[in-house]
Write a protein that binds this ligand. Structure first.
Ligand SMILES: C[S@@+](CC[C@H](N)C(=O)[O-])C[C@H]1O[C@@H](n2cnc3c(N)ncnc32)[C@H](O)[C@@H]1O
Length: 260
């Protein structure tokens, strides 16, 4: 079976992905089930097989964004996020960055630990990254002032700056840091138990891909990555094991297309 673009396929991702040709995908943006936090009607997934296949289908220089967190079971976080991250490295990916999504809400309050209010956003690349379009929306603390005329090297010695840095004035806005504050506000009204905010998908797609690229989400859920692809002029391929969620995703996609 060959897989068409801009479609969501129903089934187990570790099997469906076998139908994708090697080095086809520019970017994967996905959020797998977090341990047993939600059971999704008892569906399971084979992380080792899926990650191995993600390496095969990713273009050289392509990227995978893996948004994940751990359950706390018998008093301990499971560490599944790290196990998966290390397995990506074992399969050949570079761990390009460990980013954090800081939410404006946290899980159940606890009397023995601080409120859990973030998720990991691991960025993996197959070799040297081919696309990075940094989002520049961070107000610069030193906007309007000139870059220091000198800098210190690793040994502590002072050097004069040269070239483009001479008289460089710091602009109003700089590139974002790697902790993103994104509200969960609108993401819990879709009818799917774990929809992530569209801003998470859109901002990663803008950062790590270009218009016309092919984006994969092997855990498509309610279709958030597909919506973000439509908004940003990218193509998507999605896998989702639940036909009920595919229906939900397709209805969100049709509404989005009618807006355009
Ligand atoms: C965390 S949710 C993804 C939510 C999605 N990012 C969104 O915004 O709606 C994980 C999804 O993976 C699906 N899933 C679980 N195991 C799967 C498998 N083996 N193959 C494909 N999809 C699977 C679940 O049904 C669930 O919808």
């Amino acid at each position: 079976m060959t897989l068409d673009q801009n479609k969501i396929y129903c089934g187990d991702n570790s099997i469906l992905i076998e139908n994708l040709e090697s080095e086809k995908i520019d970017l994967t943006v996905s959020s797998p089930p977090y341990d047993s936090l939600r059971t999704y009607n008892g569906y399971t997934w084979d992380y080792q097989k899926l990650i191995k296949e993600l390496y095969r289908v990713t273009k050289i220089g392509g990227t995978v964004v893996w948004i994940i967190n751990d359950a706390t079971i018998n008093g301990s976080e499971t560490g599944s996020s790290f196990k998966q991250a290390l397995y990506f490295i074992e399969c050949g990916f570079n761990l390009h960055d460990t980013m954090i999504w800081r939410k404006d809400t946290c899980g159940m309050p606890s009397s023995i630990r601080y409120g859990q209010c973030f998720e990991y956003m691991f960025i993996f690349t197959k070799g040297k990254i081919k696309t990075f379009n940094p989002i520049e929306d961070r107000p610069n603390k030193y906007a309007g002032s000139k870059v220091h005329g000198t800098y210190r090297d690793k040994t502590g010695s002072l050097h004069k700056r040269s070239g483009e840095w001479i008289n460089h004035v710091i602009p109003e806005l700089g590139a974002r840091f790697n902790v993103w504050d994104i509200s969960t506000e609108k993401s819990n009204k879709t009818g799917h138990p774990a929809t992530f905010p569209i801003a998470i998908a859109t901002d990663h797609i803008l950062s790590w891909s270009n218009p016309g690229d092919i984006i994969l989400d092997p855990f498509m859920g309610s279709g958030t990555v597909a919506l973000a692809c439509i908004e940003t002029g990218r193509n998507y391929i999605g896998f989702e094991i639940s036909s009920e969620y595919i229906e939900l995703a397709n209805s969100r996609i049709n509404k989005e297309k009618n807006k355009i």
